[in-house]
Write a protein that binds this ligand. Structure first.
Ligand code: PLP
Length: 450
């Protein structure tokens, strides 16, 4: 596209006049005007290109503007752009079939929503009605969405302003050896103690009052903490022991990001309910949902499910999902993500960790990686304080600015940068981005005590 700075300034001015943006002090933001996007890159109106190491908000798993999916959306729009949820519609039925084919175990019924948060809302409602119990346990260091119940379940600072009105959420510590709450030295100890802590929390709450445990299979925005072997199996066993519904939130981790269809596949984990969104159609049209096990589905065979949405299973969104899932299979996109994680990203980040004193820990899989940045490797003091803003956040802001100057759009959350490009990024693009990241980390190193 030809540079057109005047058009960019006009878009920016109209945005500032009328768009109210998420999670922001409206007077303190400066949203960059974006002219277009393709594959793993986007560009502004000045003609500057950025390699997108964020996949938007970790949702463009097949990259931007995949021609086959764009064509399928156009075809679906011409054929049937929309229709009410109570009818059997080809795109909706086919999307549900393709999703059910990929979800673990007996999660074979799909309830469609418009995104991730409402998927979580409905999963919790299903668990409460199924068990007749009120409470839900969720982890600190988690994100489950911005709506009333989903934000209460969330275990990061975005919860604080809205932590009212919803009774019954109890938070616990999930395993995270690098910043252990359990004085553990090994993954085995961390796993065992985290499970003991969860069971003790349950016992104190009264298991007969608890409907569900919800976990991100691999917590995403909170830091990409891979659960130790045995943890998810242990949670499954506790849920079975006390009659709880086990909910896995795969909104961010699902649909190829981990180098498998779902993060649950890495652990042979089978929940009772699984939430999804984002990667199901790479966000080309908003879509989320809950995959439902036979046991929970049976609860609603004769008794109505008390919930619904005008756009549940929107044909355009479902048509986009069908095309996305077909393209992912045809092009081996999940296998490509696994290859990139094992042979390109993992080795490159571990190599950077040897050279950059700011890197405390490297963790991840597939195209789902985090660098935990620290001021001091010995004490593991985070490079910026928890939930830092303004001048306290300068080290991360310096790092991000250095990356952007050289054409890399980095994902930054608190003291971490995540490497979460589309699953379709080419090896050449990825290596180019990793080189920019490597150089930008020098800006982070400058704030360490080393
Ligand atoms: N659950 C997880 C794990 C997420 O990462 C997100 C969004 O980032 C959500 C739920 C909420 O999804 P949405 O923003 O589509 O409502």
């Amino acid at each position: 596209a030809r540079p057109d700075p005047a058009a960019g300034r006009a878009v920016h001015a109209t945005d500032r006049a009328h768009v109210f943006h998420s999670w922001s002090a409206q007077g303190k933001i400066d949203p960059p005007a974006v002219a277009g996007a393709e594959g793993s890159s986007f560009w502004d109106y000045e003609g500057k290109r950025y390699l997108d190491f964020t996949s938007g908000l970790v949702f463009t798993n097949i990259g931007y503007a995949h021609p086959k999916v764009v064509a399928a959306i156009q075809e679906q729009a011409a054929k049937m752009c929309t229709f009410a949820p109570a009818f059997a519609i080809e795109a909706r039925a086919e999307a549900a079939r393709l999703i059910a084919e990929r979800t673990p175990g007996d999660l074979d019924k799909i309830f469609f929503t418009n995104g991730g948060a409402d998927a979580v809302e409905h999963a919790i409602r299903m668990a409460r009605v199924h068990t007749g119990r009120p409470k839900v346990l969720s982890a600190y260091r988690s994100y489950h969405g911005g709506t009333e119940q989903a934000i209460n379940l969330t275990g990061d600072p975005r919860r604080w302003a809205s932590d009212t009105g919803t009774a019954g959420v109890v938070h616990f510590h999930a395993p995270h050896l690098y910043r252990t709450q359990f004085y553990a030295q090994t993954e085995e100890e961390e796993c065992e103690r985290a499970l003991a802590h969860l069971e003790q929390t349950l016992v104190y709450e009264g298991p007969h009052t608890v409907a569900a445990v919800i976990l991100e299979t691999i917590p995403g925005t909170a830091g990409i903490m891979m659960p130790p072997p045995g943890y998810l199996a242990g949670v499954r066993a506790l849920c079975d022991k006390y009659g709880l519904v086990f909910v896995l939130d795969e909104v961010m981790a699902g649909f190829g990001r981990t180098g498998t269809w779902f993060a649950a596949d890495l652990y042979d984990a089978v929940p009772d309910l699984m939430t999804f969104a984002k990667g199901v159609n790479s966000g080309y049209v908003p879509l989320g949902g809950v995959a439902i096990s036979e046991k929970i589905a049976a609860t609603f065979e004769d008794r109505p499910y008390p919930g619904g949405l005008t756009y549940s299973g929107h044909p355009l969104a479902c048509g986009a999902a069908v095309a996305t899932l077909q393209v992912m299979a045809e092009e081996g996109i999940v296998e490509h993500a696994a290859h990139l994680g094992e042979h390109v990203i993992g080795p490159a980040l571990r190599d950077m960790a040897e050279r950059h004193p700011s890197i405390g820990e490297v963790r991840g899989t597939g195209v789902f990686w985090a660098l935990d940045l620290v001021r001091d490797r010995e004490t593991r003091e985070p490079l910026v304080p928890y939930n830092a803003t303004g001048p306290d956040n300068a080290p991360m802001a310096d790092f991000a600015a250095a990356a952007k100057r050289n054409g890399l759009w980095p994902f930054v959350n608190m003291n971490r940068t995540h490497v979460v490009p589309p699953c379709t990024i080419t090896e050449a693009e990825l290596k180019e981005g990793l080189e920019v990241l490597d150089e930008a980390l020098t800006a982070a190193d400058a704030h360490t005590t080393a």
